[in-house]
Design a binder for this molecule. Structure first.
Ligand SMILES: *Cc1c(COP(=O)(O)O)cnc(C)c1O
Length: 335
């Protein structure tokens, strides 16, 4: 049997031969001593690229986000975040468990934004009854959707007017930038901090970067140590991330085109609803009858995806246009 087509996530990519060569050639040192030249160079590169004073290489997006939350907020303080945000929903409640922080989750609208009036209403007055609201967290892309630049400007300006800091979970920042046709810093310039993942669409095996002001990064550095994220010869990972920035950013447009083709190929199927995707994620809504056991049946035909009544299909570096055509055939026959 041929290799299954794996559309479960853009995290399933394997390092390319060229990336493995970059890893093999990496100069390394002990990063806990600040001695790893490849890590240091990557931190400087990403800080400059995204318009920040400093950056910190972390093991994962989750660690980058939690380090940011704990560097922005003190124990007992609160952050405002979308109900659908990864930070709130998919990070095992780490902000509460490990940071003693109170999330204030508010509804995301279908386009991924949070209404400005909802943000404003969530910010507490200075009163001992309330946890002090310190931070607004946004995510871009969220569920594959790109938050509009004017929205980012307005939401972060609102936060600043109320004395809140702002953090962007930019796990898929580069998808948003490529889709919008802007430099990534046009998105990040509105925020006090940002975390980006190298292990999603960029195709590196591990690693994320947290960026911010120098004093913020110094605090996050201590948190990273506390969270067990201080690595030694981490240059082998930084080399992969560096290679990804050189070779895997512009090509995200291919993933977006593949996602669009996939959605288009399913559009006219009865009992199925597919929105045209903005980036690399296609969501297929199924009626209850159609949904029954469908993920298992697709797996049996060599197509991997996730979901229940809504299938999630994610395009990435290891999925070709031919794979997409084959996936459309399998989906049409199965659904
Ligand atoms: C994947 C993801 C993260 C967390 O990244 P890990 O490296 O899996 O910890 C954070 N935010 C978003 C939006 C993500 O998609």
């Amino acid at each position: 049997m041929t290799q299954p087509i794996d559309l479960r996530s853009d995290t399933v990519t394997r390092p390319t031969a060229a990336m493995r060569a970059a890893i093999a050639a990496a100069e390394v040192g002990d990063d806990v001593f600040g001695d790893d030249p490849t890590v240091n160079a990557l931190q400087e590169r990403v800080a400059a690229m995204l318009g920040f004073e400093a950056a910190l290489f972390v093991t994962s997006g989750t660690q980058g986000n939690l380090s940011a939350l704990m560097a922005h907020c003190q124990r007992g303080e609160e952050f405002v975040v979308g109900q659908s945000a990864h930070i709130y929903r998919y990070e095992a409640g780490g902000s509460a468990v490990l940071g003693s922080l109170a999330p204030c989750p508010i509804q995301n609208r279908p386009d991924g934004t949070i209404a400005l009036e909802d943000i404003e209403a969530a910010i507490k007055p200075d009163d001992p009854h309330f946890a002090a609201t310190r931070l607004l967290c946004l995510e871009n892309t969220l569920g594959g959707k790109v938050l509009p630049l004017p929205y980012l400007e307005a939401a972060t300006a609102l936060a600043r007017r109320h004395g809140l800091a702002t953090h962007l979970d930019g796990a898929r920042l580069f998808n948003a930038a490529v889709k919008s046709g802007v430099a990534p810093r046009e998105i990040t310039k509105h925020f006090d901090s940002v975390s980006v993942c190298f292990s999603k669409g960029l195709g590196a095996p591990a690693g994320s970067m947290l960026c911010g002001r120098r004093d913020f990064i110094a605090r996050a550095h201590r948190v990273r140590k506390m969270l067990g994220g201080a690595l030694r010869q981490a240059g082998v990972l930084a080399a992969a991330a560096n290679h990804a920035l050189d070779h895997h950013v512009e090509r995200l447009a291919e993933d977006h085109a593949n996602a669009a083709r996939l959605a288009e190929g399913l559009r006219d199927l009865p009992g199925v609803r597919v929105e045209p995707p903005q980036t690399n994620m296609v969501f297929v809504e199924l009626s209850r009858e159609r949904a029954h056991g469908v993920v298992e049946r697709l797996r049996g035909r060599g197509l991997l995806c996730t979901g229940l009544y809504q299938l999630r299909l994610v395009t990435h570096l290891d999925v070709s246009r031919d794979d997409i055509e084959r996936a459309i055939t399998i989906l049409r026959e199965t659904l």
